[in-house]
Design a protein around this ligand. Structure first.
Ligand SMILES: [Fe+2]
Length: 371
């Protein structure tokens, strides 16, 4: 989001000093520009000093505006706290690194546990002890030392042709020769897959995972490429019978306009939530998550926003906007998502899973999964 014109930094700073965030477009991104660290310094001071009616909170996020705006509007309506959103499709780490201690970021919201951990490891988060968050979010879906919190779940599931006589599935079965030439999946290097493979390493070790990956590769109906929705497309086209992809895309496809391509893809498949074939094994999930920024100038409001995000109202809104699964139990589901049945999340702590992501990525190369 960029202005169509640019003032010199000095002019911006003097024009906006007193009410920087509120008066100058409302968003730190508009004021400072992505390349303007000195202006960010002014932002930090102004954010702390500016008179605020209900107060403000600055959210840095990689999430699509359409997904989170209804949620943020509802938060503002109930709290009186204005949310200034900085949308950063790419480069959040770099942005925070450049801003350093002067960053006005209060809350960070991203998808993928790996991205969350990158923020933690770079020192861009701080611990937050909150009884509200602890009560709503199971321990294995929170960061160690309370550095981050899952806000919604993105389960990685099996898409299967509607006519297949298949009721349950283990991820391990993907390597079973009975599926030779019948499996579709996107690149093994995509974070959705490296996360799944990292979980496989956590359960079975690297050696067994390598063997498994070779087996999956041998079963592929086509090159590991494209997107998750292409698995449904290719099942409809008869290229494959099963595939691995995220569940929320099925919500999008089945809710697409009847007659549209996407709707047809969605209607061609059923969703089975695989589990790991171990004691108490569950379904692999990735997350969208939130963290308190390391130098949050509006800490109290940041905590209020994060706690609001796990309220029943927010969880339902958030989950239904993108067909993701609520992290909090007992929240109303989108009907399509509800039709997949209850999600039993694999109990391995996500931090343990993510610790294996580099090894998983190396294995993908080693077995030539994408070749
Ligand atoms: Fe996605």
């Amino acid at each position: 989001m960029k202005s169509s014109f640019r003032l010199p930094r000095a002019a911006l700073a003097s024009a906006c000093a007193a009410f920087l965030l509120a008066a100058c477009g409302g968003q730190p991104a508009d004021v400072a520009g992505s390349d303007a660290a000195p202006a960010q310094a002014a932002g930090a001071d102004a954010a702390a000093d500016a008179p605020q009616a209900g107060g403000e909170v600055n959210l840095y996020t990689t999430r699509e505006p359409g997904l989170i705006q209804p949620l943020l509007d509802a938060f503002t309506a109930s709290s009186g706290i204005k949310v200034n959103t900085v949308l950063l499709k790419d480069g959040l780490l770099e942005r925070l690194g450049a801003e350093g201690e002067r960053s006005v970021a209060d809350v960070l919201m991203v998808v993928d546990t790996g991205n969350m951990l990158d923020l933690v490891e770079a020192g861009h988060t701080q611990p937050l002890q909150s009884e509200v968050l602890e009560a709503a979010i199971p321990a294995h879906l929170r960061g160690a030392d309370d550095q981050w919190f899952a806000m919604s779940l993105r389960d990685r599931v099996l898409y299967a042709h509607n006519d297949l006589d298949l009721e349950s599935f283990h991820y391990e079965d993907l390597a079973d020769p009975q599926w030779k030439g019948k499996v579709c999946i996107r690149s093994g290097q995509h974070p959705y897959n490296t996360s799944l493979f990292a979980a496989m390493i956590a359960h079975h070790g690297a050696e067994a995972t390598e063997t498994w990956l070779r087996g999956v590769k041998a079963n592929l109906a086509r090159k590991a490429a494209g997107g998750d929705r292409d698995v449904a497309r290719d099942i409809l086209a008869g290229i494959c019978d099963i595939g691995i992809a995220n569940a929320y895309y099925v919500g999008r496809m089945k809710n697409a306009e009847p007659g549209s391509e996407q709707h047809q893809w969605g209607e061609a498949i059923k969703v089975i939530r695989p589990t790991f074939n171990v004691d108490n094994g569950g379904t692999h999930v990735n997350i969208s998550g939130a963290a308190l920024a390391a130098h949050s100038p509006n800490r109290d409001n940041a905590v209020k926003l994060m706690e609001y995000l796990v309220s029943d109202e927010a969880q339902s809104l958030y989950a239904r906007a993108n067909y993701e699964y609520p992290v909090k139990a007992g929240v109303e589901l989108d009907p399509v998502v509800a039709s997949f049945g209850t999600l039993t999340v694999d109990p391995l702590p996500l931090t343990e899973v993510v610790a294996n992501r580099r090894e998983a990525s190396a294995l993908v190369d080693k077995v030539g999964f994408d070749n």
